[in-house]
Design a protein around this ligand. Sequence first.
Ligand SMILES: Cc1cc2nc3c(=O)[nH]c(=O)nc-3n(C[C@H](O)[C@H](O)[C@H](O)COP(=O)(O)O)c2cc1C
Length: 206
Amino acid sequence: MIYQVIKGRRSVRKYLKEDVPEDALGRALEAATWAPSAHNAQPWRFIVIKDESIKHELAKSMAKEWDKDLAADGLPLKERERLTRSSIERLTEAPILILACSTMKAMHAYPDERRMAAERTMAVQSVAAAVQNLLLALHVEGLGACWICAPLFCQDVVREALRIPKDVEPQALITVGRPAESPKPPSRRPLGDIVHLNRWGTRWEG
Ligand SMILES: Cc1cc2nc3c(=O)[nH]c(=O)nc-3n(C[C@H](O)[C@H](O)[C@H](O)COP(=O)(O)O)c2cc1C
């Protein structure tokens, strides 16, 4: 039942040191491509990272960039070291990383910024839909995964570490592996708090 799959998926952040089967990964990535996309432009691109040295290079360069932000925020060195060390561990201890990116290549081009901004949003929304398909499919394959937003804060550094072309924008990193934890479901807001009937302020009572 689809509701069971949707509700059963969790963000899993700890993994067993086991290889992820190629065929399961392939099926999940293919499921990602069945997401809806604006103009059916399929503006998603995925980079699957398995190589330990590339994982380490990526994690370290992202942490270095994060450290600049933390230093600018005035965090003491010890705290910065703790945070960046744990972020490097999160990425390097996952058997597989998948970088989900957007590209504007197949999207519509307009002469004005207003419509271009809408196209960029559509590209990002399409990638997000594909990532959700990916997460659900990985869950069905018995794999754990977690969406990590960090690449958004250091897109150029990620591009450089993975030799990504300029038109491709890193959007999210997905850590993947056999689950080594079964997190409890975080609570959800009741529908009455988030769904409005006809007009804002008239609550859904269902
Ligand atoms: C856009 C987005 C960014 C996220 N970024 C992170 C992140 O950087 N680190 C992390 O541990 N989880 C991240 N998450 C996962 C959320 O924390 C998680 O989905 C939320 O707590 C609900 O838990 P659940 O996925 O198990 O239902 C992100 C999720 C989304 C959709």
